[in-house]
Design a protein around this ligand. Structure first.
Ligand SMILES: Cc1cc2nc3c(=O)[nH]c(=O)nc-3n(C[C@H](O)[C@H](O)[C@H](O)COP(=O)(O)O)c2cc1C
Length: 191
């Protein structure tokens, strides 16, 4: 089975059981500029062109790290089905037209936040943050909020995907799919 199809199957099984608000949350790890790995949660938008799609500003820390090293990892833990998926892959930027489509799908407050703030930059205080947001929200009124230049997304094209299913017996099942000569090869790993 193509591991991306297995991923979709596991993900939909989890979503059926899981009452979490953000079932698409996953941990994105990048190679830090100082060589310390750097992880943060993001939301998986979808799988497109055999790649995992994540969106957001690309001039923040993660964007700078990806610019420097195009290798990344994505990890999922699905508590209802007790499954973990670990992905490693190569990163490329999504097209400007796709960025605009994903941006359009965001709610208005999220669009305003992306348009007026620089993710990761220092701000004086939380009060300042709120005041600036309310002020800008009033100014935008009903105006359309365009996709900011720095807002885009990435494709992570997997080279390795490991599926792990917890078992009460502790004999957790681990299957590693690796891309070798454009084919997916499967190895069963010890728990
Ligand atoms: C559940 C969850 C989902 C998130 N989704 C995204 C996302 O899709 N895109 C994004 O840029 N940041 C997302 N964030 C915020 C990131 O964790 C992080 O704070 C932000 O991207 C800045 O990271 P950076 O400084 O490494 O660039 C999410 C945070 C959480 C807790």
């Amino acid at each position: 089975m193509n591991p991306l199809l297995l991923f979709e199957k596991w993900f939909s099984e989890e979503k059926k059981l899981n009452k979490l608000k953000l079932p698409a949350a996953c941990c994105l790890s990048t190679n830090g500029l100082d060589a310390y790995p750097n992880s943060r949660f993001v939301s998986l938008k979808e799988i497109a062109n055999e790649s995992f799609v994540i969106t957001g500003p690309l001039n923040s820390r993660k964007g700078r790290e990806i610019e420097n090293s195009s290798k990344a990892a994505l990890s999922f833990w699905w508590p209802s089905t007790e499954r973990q998926v670990r992905i490693q892959g190569d990163v490329s930027k999504i097209s400007n037209s796709d960025a605009k489509i994903y941006f359009k799908q965001r709610n208005r407050d999220s669009k305003i936040v992306s348009a007026i703030f620089e993710q990761g930059k220092e701000i004086q205080s939380i009060a300042h943050l709120q005041k600036h947001f309310e002020q800008q929200k009033r100014e935008y009124d009903l105006e359309e909020i365009k996709c900011p230049k720095n807002w885009s997304g990435i494709h992570i094209k997997p080279i390795r995907i490991e599926f792990m299913e917890f078992k009460k017996s502790r004999l957790h099942e681990r299957k590693l799919y690796e891309q070798i000569n454009n084919e997916w090869e499967i190895t069963i790993l010890q728990p």
